[in-house]
Design a protein around this ligand. Sequence first.
Ligand code: SF4
Length: 494
Amino acid sequence: MSDNDPQTTEAGGKIRCDACPVLCYIRPGMAGACDRYANHDGKLVRLDPHIVLNRALEDGQKLVEFSRGADWSGDIVGQPTAFVTAIGAGTTYPDYKPAPFIVSSQVDGIDMITVVTEGIFSYCGVKVKIDTDRFLGPERNLVRAQGEPVGHVTTGEYGSQMLSLGGVHHLTGGSKKAGRVTCETLLNLSNGHSVELTVDDGATVLVQAGLPPIVNGMKEERMRVGCGSAAIGMFAKQWFGKIDDVVVVDDHITGVLSEHQAGKFLGVPDTGIKLKGRRSTPGRYFQVANPGTGWGGTDISDPLSILGPFDPKEAWPGLRLLMVSTTGENHAYFELDERLRPVERDLPAALAESVERIKENCEPALSTVLFMGGAGGSLRAGVTENPVRLTRSVKDALTRVTCGGAPVYIWPGGGITFMVDVTRLPQNAFGYVPTPALVAPIEFTMRRDDYAALGGHVGEIRDLSTLRGNALQIGQHPENPWPLDLRREEPSHG
Ligand code: SF4
């Protein structure tokens, strides 16, 4: 153990862990409340291996042990192919203690410092993007896990429904059970496990980062090609001459070919079609039905229910009409009879191709989970005695922030509020403590002289050969930039 390790106090064979405010007394052979630390033969040990990224290993999931229970050999020290992550590194508490690992390495002859810690985040949550047209529930409605409120539906995006889960209010502001369930939900989502969520007055959705969402028991296959109006714009030319009118049914903006600007440019004649809902601009209609899990995110299963009678001054018997949803999943072909009533017929082969083209242009529907946390608080004191200088150094791009070696997006403005795509981290990189709060790995990498300039704990810098541990090396995620390469631009997406 070193001065930076959680201090222990023996009391009848028990040892006290002070890596977080819970201050567990841990009996011999037992683990603490977070399952991260245990009492092993009277010593406090971190249970999970410490993860070191090795850019020479190709498979991002392959683990290669290089040290276990002994002094680290130091064979990776100074090698630009190795990066010490915070996963399994442990935590120091209270915050004024230096971070558990402040490690030096050489990159192209430059002395680099990486400060790593498993941060305890009371201010954190996840943003979930669910690629589906299906209505999950009204914006602002509560999202529940195990019946407890854990977040809410937030502003929908293009082709996706968005959930905002966790945050300090849900972690600390409700009942003890609500806080615990929120913490568990965030942990599972961040670690890439599936979680069932239910929206008040809405749907039940099974979410797992990087996999298709399952809405009310149905696996979502495709993300819409665009809104109804965009679909008209994209495919108008392919429909021209093969059909008299097309309606692309969409809960937000339903498009009508003959009225739409795209149809006008091509010279599609008026058809006398009448849509329910609110006309926004020519060929673009809002609120043709209620939101739901039917056609194009509406509640309809019969597309004709959004049409009024055709105008006899413009329509004609035999008029051909295609109605299709924004994913191509639902479609129907009609011809008007002598009384100008639509009669469903088999889809002609020439039109089947265009429906297939809509499907082809849809991307696979996925659930995306971004962990978002605030590292602009007391955690900074583990890096420097003058915390605001770390914030400034991050803003000035002198210090790179990574989360388990993955690139992060730092929000502009005050603090160090970051977001990370959880699929870019090694598996099970997140933990928790029952305060409740999430434990997330965070690394700060900078030049040694910059570290000294911001008031860093330079007396704590060490190389790995001085450390004992239980470590595994793992190949970095192929899409992640190498964390020690400070010359490389950060990706804009985070
Ligand atoms: S919850 Fe975990 S980190 Fe916190 S004191 Fe207990 S064992 Fe230590």
